[in-house]
Design a protein around this ligand. Structure first.
Ligand SMILES: CCCCCCCCCCCC(=O)SCCNC(=O)CCNC(=O)[C@H](O)C(C)(C)COP(=O)(O)OP(=O)(O)OC[C@H]1O[C@@H](n2cnc3c(N)ncnc32)[C@H](O)[C@@H]1OP(=O)(O)O
Length: 219
């Protein structure tokens, strides 16, 4: 069953029940409806990112590629919309919710007990010597924590701190799983932790964070 079918109702329900005054100055985010062509585009753009950082073309090919990318920019530019209206980041069924910024991982558990997501770091996440760049792990954890506290029913909050322990090298092109949950809530503060493991269950990294609920109008 697709994530949207399984969890879309719960996500929409909790978003609808929120008192929006408690969401600081954030726009209202709702799941986006898109056709299969959107996932196709995002997937192609991810492969393009992989190739952009892993190829050494001739000057002629680079020139040709630059012209094609510039043509793509001209095609998409007229469709720019304000934050919250773009599908990117709001398509729950797609890896990384359809956002190029996010890790292309797929959520497979989303409830008050926690969130679990599965996927791979790709070539464009390379740090050095075959390992994922250290800066890509906070992105994975921070986005997971946003979802964890949303699934828990907490209002939109911002990360006050995020502490990662890098326990082992995080490999590229290898299926991994990350899972976390709320540890405790104290007033505006939500303490969350999560663990990144490989398929054998080896811990690659663990992370704990404090997220602070935004006050009315807080950016
Ligand atoms: C559809 C899909 C879902 C979609 C879901 C979408 C989710 C979107 C989530 C977006 C997440 C982000 O953007 S995160 C982006 C990265 N983070 C940021 O940019 C945050 C920048 N920092 C800030 O804005 C601020 O510092 C805040 C909001 C975090 C806190 O400031 P504040 O509101 O003035 O609160 P303040 O009084 O300082 O602190 C409140 C309490 O927290 C404690 N506290 C605050 N900071 C810390 C800290 N670093 N370490 C320890 N404790 C701290 C204080 O001691 C206090 O405890 P006590 O005295 O009460 O005990």
């Amino acid at each position: 069953m697709r994530f949207e079918e399984r969890y879309g109702e719960a996500v929409t329900d909790s978003a609808g029940k929120d008192d929006y005054e408690h969401h600081g100055g954030f726009p209202r985010y709702t799941p986006a409806e898109v056709g299969p062509e959107y996932g196709r585009l995002v997937d192609a753009l991810r492969t393009l990112q992989d190739l952009a950082v892993s190829t050494a073309p001739t000057p002629e090919v680079i020139e040709d590629a630059a012209e094609r990318v510039e043509a793509l920019i001209d095609l998409l530019k007229p469709f720019a919309v304000p934050e919250g209206e773009q599908p990117a980041g709001r398509v729950l069924s797609l890896p990384g919710r359809g956002s190029l910024l996010m890790l292309p991982w797929t959520v497979e558990k989303f409830d008050a007990e926690g969130v679990r997501s599965r996927g791979m770091f790709r070539r464009y996440h390379l740090g050095g010597n075959g390992a994922a760049h250290g800066g890509t792990l906070p992105l994975l954890f921070d986005d997971l924590f946003g979802m964890i506290q949303h699934a828990y029913g907490r209002p939109i909050s911002r990360t006050a701190y995020l502490h990662i322990n890098y326990r082992k090298i995080t490999p590229l092109d290898t299926e991994l799983v990350v899972e976390g949950s709320v540890d405790k809530v104290e007033g505006r503060k939500t303490f969350i932790s999560a663990v990144l493991k490989d398929r054998e269950g080896t811990v690659l990294a663990d992370c704990e964070a404090l997220m602070v609920q935004l006050l009315k109008g807080q950016p």
